[in-house]
Design a binder for this molecule. Structure first.
Ligand code: AHR
Length: 572
C-alpha cells in the first residue's frame, strides 16, 4: 500500500471518487426535490469512514479532531440566549398562542395548551412581546380590562400586499383580546420572564412610565396597580426587561442614530422602579450597520459618560434571508449551503458590533441582545392564507438554528440575550398551528437538545477539521464541523453541526487536561435535507438518543451528514 493511500480517506483518490459520487447523487436528487440517500450512504460513505478508521491509524496526517480547552472559559451560557419572540403579526398571537377561553382547542385561560406543554420542555427563560414593528404602533392601554370592551385597532401589518386577499380578522384589525395580562399569564404558564418592547414612535415617555407602573407597582399603591388587580392580577408582574422601541432606524420611527439616542435618553431619564432592577434594551443596528452603533454610543454619552449605565443591552437584528427568491421547503443543494453560510455571518456581526461598542464602553458594561434572528424565506408555505411571514421550517432551518446557537454560546461573554423570530406560525418558528392542528418544527428539537448547555461554562473548542470544498464552498468558506461546548461540573456538553448534505464526518474528540469516561447524546438527522414536520406527520423529524463509547480518554464519533449532534460526556 502506498503512502498516499494512508491519507485520511477524504483526501485520497478513492475518497474523491466516493465524494464525487455522493455529490452528484445529492445534486441529482436535490433537483428532484427528493433525497432518499440512506442506503446509498450506508453502502458508500459509512463504508468509507470505516476504511478511514483502519487507514488513519497508520497515517502521518493529523486526524480530524475536536479538542475542548478546559482552561479557557468564555463565560456562562445564560438561558436568555435561547429566548423567544412573539408579535401581533399573522398567526403568531391569534390562533398561535391565543385561541380564546371558549375555544374547542384545548386551552388554559385562552392560551393553547399544546404550546404550553411543548414550551415547558424547553425551560424557556425569556419571551419578547408585542413586537417587532407592531410595538411602535401599540398602546398598551388598549389591551387591558374586560375583553369585550377593548378597542379594535388597525394592525401595523394590515397594509401588507400579502394580506390584500386575506379575509378580515385579527390579522388586519387588532381585537386586543391578548394584552399585557394575557401575555404575562402565558409567560407564567411556561416559566419564562417577559421582555416588553415599548412604543417610542407613537407613544410618550409618560405612557412608558405608566406601563411600567401598571406592571410593577405593588397592589393597592396606585390607581394603575389597582386596575391590574381588578383585571385579575394583584401580584406585580415584576417585568425587568424593557425594549426602548424597535428598529428605530426603520419602522420604529425612521430616526437617525443621534435622534434615537436623544429619545433613548428621554425615555429612560426617569422610570419608576418598584424594587425591580430594570434592564433597558436599546434599539440597535440592522445587521452590519456599524455606523448606527457608533453614532448612538457616541451621542448617548457625549455630555455624560455615565449614561452608558442606562443601557443593559444593545439589540441587533439579523435574518439570514434568501432575498425573497428562496422557497422555504423547495431548495437546491446550493441554496442549502448558501443559507448556512449566511447564518454563520452572525459571528462576524457580533464581533464587529462588540468592537464598535467597546470604542465608547471601555469597561464593557453593555452586552449585545440579538432580539430578532432566524431564516427568512419567501411566502407560500404558511399554514393559513393570512399568516404573514408564516413559513414552514425544514432540516435546513434546524441547522441554521444550531449554527446560530453555537455562535451565541461561543460569545457568551458578549451576548446577554437572543430571541429567535418568531415563536409560532412565523419566520423561524418552533411551532406551527392552525385551529386544533399543531406541530413542532425541526427548530424546536434543536432548542430542546441545546437546552443541555443552559448555565454551563462556555469553553473554547478547536475544530481541527478541513474546510468544505467544491459545491459547498461556492457560497463561502465553511468548516466541515462546527459547534460549541459547555462545562457543568464533570459533565461536558458538546454540540456539533455537520453541514455537508451527503458526507458523514468522523472526528476524534478530546478534552485538554481531562479524560472522557463515558457519554451519550442526541441526534437530529433526516434522510432528506428537505425533511419537515406537518400536521399529518408531526414526528417525521425529531431527535433521538445515541450512545457513544469512550476509549483511551477520548471519543471517536461519526457525525452523519446534514445533522446536529449534542453529546453529554462525563469527564474523569
Ligand atoms: O419579525 C418580523 C419583523 O422583522 C419585525 O416586526 C421587525 O422588527 C423585523 O423587521
Amino acid at each position: 500500500m502506498s503512502e498516499a493511500a494512508c491519507e485520511p480517506v477524504q483526501n485520497s483518490g478513492q475518497a474523491r471518487i466516493v465524494r464525487d459520487k455522493l455529490r452528484s447523487f445529492a445534486e441529482r436528487t436535490a433537483d428532484m426535490n427528493l433525497i432518499t440517500r440512506r442506503r446509498f450512504i450506508q453502502q458508500t460513505a459509512f463504508g468509507a469512514v470505516a476504511l478511514c478508521a483502519n487507514r488513519c491509524a497508520r497515517s502521518a496526517e493529523p486526524e480530524p479532531g475536536i479538542e475542548v480547552v478546559l482552561e479557557e472559559p468564555i463565560g456562562t451560557i445564560s438561558p436568555d440566549l435561547y429566548g423567544h419572540f412573539t408579535e401581533h403579526i399573522g398567526g403568531v398571537i391569534y390562533d398561535g398562542i391565543w385561541v380564546g377561553e371558549g375555544s374547542k382547542v384545548p386551552n388554559q385561560g385562552g392560551i393553547r395548551t399544546e404550546l404550553v406543554e411543548h414550551m415547558k420542555r424547553l425551560h424557556p427563560s425569556v419571551v419578547r412581546w408585542p413586537g417587532g414593528c407592531f410595538a411602535d404602533s401599540y398602546n398598551w392601554r388598549d389591551g387591558i380590562g374586560p375583553r369585550a370592551q377593548r378597542p379594535r385597532r388597525t394592525n401595523f401589518w394590515s397594509d401588507e400586499d400579502f394580506l390584500k386577499s386575506a379575509p378580515d380578522g385579527p390579522i388586519k384589525y387588532e381585537p386586543n383580546e391578548f394584552g399585557t395580562n394575557e401575555f404575562i399569564r402565558f409567560c407564567r404558564l411556561i416559566g419564562a420572564q417577559p421582555y416588553l418592547a415599548t412604543n417610542v414612535r407613537s407613544n410618550t415617555a409618560r405612557d412608558f412610565d405608566e406601563w411600567v407602573e401598571y406592571c410593577n407597582a405593588p397592589a393597592g399603591r396606585t390607581t394603575l396597580s389597582d386596575q391590574r388587580a381588578v383585571n385579575g392580577d394583584p401580584e406585580p408582574f415584576r417585568v425587568r426587561f424593557w425594549g426602548v422601541g424597535n428598529e428605530s432606524w426603520g419602522c420604529g420611527g425612521n430616526f437617525t442614530p443621534e435622534e434615537y439616542a436623544a429619545e433613548f435618553r428621554r425615555f429612560t431619564a426617569w422610570v419608576p422602579r418598584f424594587g425591580v432592577p430594570l434592564a433597558f434594551i436599546g434599539s440597535g443596528p440592522n445587521g452590519g450597520d456599524l455606523d448606527w452603533t457608533r453614532k448612538f454610543f457616541a451621542r448617548l454619552t457625549e455630555r455624560d459618560h455615565g449614561l452608558i449605565d442606562r443601557l443593559y443591552g444593545w439589540a441587533m437584528h439579523y435574518y439570514c434571508g434568501t432575498a425573497g427568491k428562496g422557497d422555504a421547503i423547495d431548495f437546491t443543494v446550493g441554496d442549502w449551503y448558501e443559507l448556512l453560510g449566511k447564518a454563520t455571518r452572525m459571528e462576524r456581526l457580533i464581533t464587529e458590533h462588540w468592537a464598535a461598542m467597546g470604542e465608547v464602553d471601555k469597561l464593557r458594561r453593555v452586552k449585545l441582545v440579538v432580539d430578532e434572528w432566524g431564516a427568512w424565506h419567501r411566502a407560500g408555505t404558511e399554514v393559513d392564507r393570512s399568516y404573514l411571514f408564516g413559513q414552514t421550517s425544514t432540516m435546513r432551518d434546524a441547522l441554521v438554528a444550531a449554527l446560530t446557537l453555537d455562535i451565541f454560546n461561543r460569545h457568551a461573554d458578549k451576548v446577554a440575550m437572543a430571541n429567535v423570530a418568531q415563536l409560532i406560525n412565523n419566520l423561524h418558528s418552533l411551532f406551527l398551528a392552525r385551529e386544533d392542528k399543531f406541530t413542532a418544527t425541526p427548530n424546536f428539537h434543536i432548542f430542546e437538545m441545546y437546552s443541555a448547555h443552559y448555565q454551563g461554562k462556555s469553553l473554547r473548542v478547536i475544530f481541527n477539521v478541513p474546510q468544505l470544498e467544491g459545491e459547498p464552498a461556492k457560497a463561502g468558506a465553511m468548516p466541515s464541523l462546527a459547534g460549541s461546548a459547555s462545562l457543568h461540573g464533570k459533565q461536558l456538553v458538546l454540540s456539533v453541526v455537520n453541514p455537508h448534505v451527503a458526507e458523514p464526518r468522523e472526528a476524534q474528540i478530546r478534552v485538554q487536561g481531562a479524560s472522557i469516561q463515558s457519554g451519550r447524546g442526541r441526534l437530529l438527522a433526516a434522510d432528506d435535507i428537505h425533511a419537515l414536520n406537518t400536521f399529518e406527520q408531526p414526528r417525521a423529524v425529531e431527535s433521538r438518543g445515541i450512545t457513544v463509547s469512550a476509549q483511551s480518554g477520548g471519543v471517536r464519533h461519526v457525525f452523519p451528514p446534514a445533522s446536529v449532534t449534542c453529546l453529554e460526556l462525563t469527564l474523569g
